[in-house]
Design a protein around this ligand. Structure first.
Ligand SMILES: [Zn+2]
Ligand SMILES: [Zn+2]
Length: 344
């Protein structure tokens, strides 16, 4: 009997330890009422973000259909009664799959997406749920702004209505509260990123939801430098088949000093802002997140190449040929080309 009792106690202890960090995340809610809270919900290889401000809620994507119960439970735990906005960034199942269940479970005011010719079952189910539940359908238009509680959000993309790749249709949203901002990019790839830059969109943000699960087909250096985030959040599955996040993306982020949070290692991530400061919390509290030192860029006047300071060829540059740049753009503007080895 004693043995059975201690076994029960062990199980109870394990359960309470496991749920500890999770309930810590929920407890934040009450502390941060009226401010902007962004929940990057862990849905494995997919994407799902909940924004809340002053009791208003917006859900951007909901992962694959198999995660819909997880998402609905998370919303319920966070006392979501009604979703003011539901955004489907683009019609891929790792983003829209779980939305059907969400739309059928929670009352939703507005549904924002872009029109495509996608005809998959999972996407048609989402559109059916939108019309069946009388949700107001909003075609995403660049420049449109909306309010969510005390925060605001603006649609920054997509610019075109005809892409070869559904990822480039991704609705890009910038949410602002006080002097802090968050950029949500869906799976936008380099083509869509460059369109935003070419149109002079103000993509600058403190927090970047790194596009396309950290794939190197997105996150061009020019785009990252224009966003110039302090924090990056990557949503991807643990040991996923795509190798997300790609090491090139992680390197580009660390080169510009971005502290990167990943759902595959940290679980659900919550960022809160009071309008000035942003704080991060996450489920797997035993994992440590490092802040990289921003790299310096060193040029060689002789070869007209530039490197990151840790590149092995920097030590071969003669002192009289060495030149330091404040940024990558600075080096390029002065006519230097990036070293192929360190890829600054
Ligand atoms: Zn995706
Ligand atoms: Zn996609």
């Amino acid at each position: 009997m004693k043995k059975i009792l201690s076994l029960f106690m062990c199980i109870a202890l394990i359960i309470s330890l496991c749920s500890c960090s999770y309930s810590d995340i929920f407890n934040l809610y009450t502390d941060y009422d009226g401010e902007l809270i962004v929940h990057f919900i862990d849905v494995g290889q997919g994407d799902c973000t909940l924004l809340e401000s002053d009791n208003e809620f917006m859900l951007i994507d909901a992962g694959e259909a198999e995660y819909s119960a997880t998402v609905c439970q998370y919303l319920e735990n966070n006392r979501v009664k009604k979703l003011d906005y539901v955004v489907a960034t683009h019609p891929h199942s790792d983003h829209c799959g779980g939305l059907t269940e969400v739309l059928n479970t929670f009352s939703c005011d507005n549904f924002i997406t872009v029109e495509t010719d996608q005809q998959t079952r999972s996407w048609l189910n989402v559109l059916d749920a939108v019309s069946k539940n009388d949700v107001n359908y909003i075609d995403a238009k660049v420049g449109a702004t909306y309010s969510l509680g005390k925060s605001e959000f603006e649609i920054l993309g997509p610019y075109s209505d005809n892409y070869d790749n559904y990822n480039d249709y991704s609705v890009v949203i910038k949410a602002t509260f006080g002097s802090t901002s968050f950029l949500f990019t869906g799976d936008a790839e380099r083509l869509a990123e460059h369109e935003m830059l070419d149109h002079g969109a103000d993509v600058s943000a403190d927090v970047l939801r790194v596009p396309h699960h950290g794939s190197s087909s997105s996150s061009s250096k020019e785009f990252l430098s224009a966003v110039s985030p302090t924090y990056g959040v990557i949503s991807c599955g643990y040991q996923n088949d795509y190798g997300h996040p790609h090491k090139e993306t992680l390197r580009s982020l660390s080169n510009i000093g971005v502290t990167t949070y990943r759902t595959d290692t940290l679980g659900t991530i919550v960022a809160t802002t009071d309008g000035n400061n942003i704080e991060f919390f996450y489920e797997n509290t035993d994992v440590k997140v490092e802040t990289p030192d921003p790299v310096h860029y060193i040029g060689n006047k002789n070869s007209m190449k530039f490197h990151i300071s840790s590149c092995s060829s920097v030590s071969d540059i003669k002192i009289e040929n060495k030149v330091t740049f404040s940024s990558r753009e600075d080096a390029i503007k002065k006519g230097y080309t990036p070293c192929k080895a360190c890829d600054p």
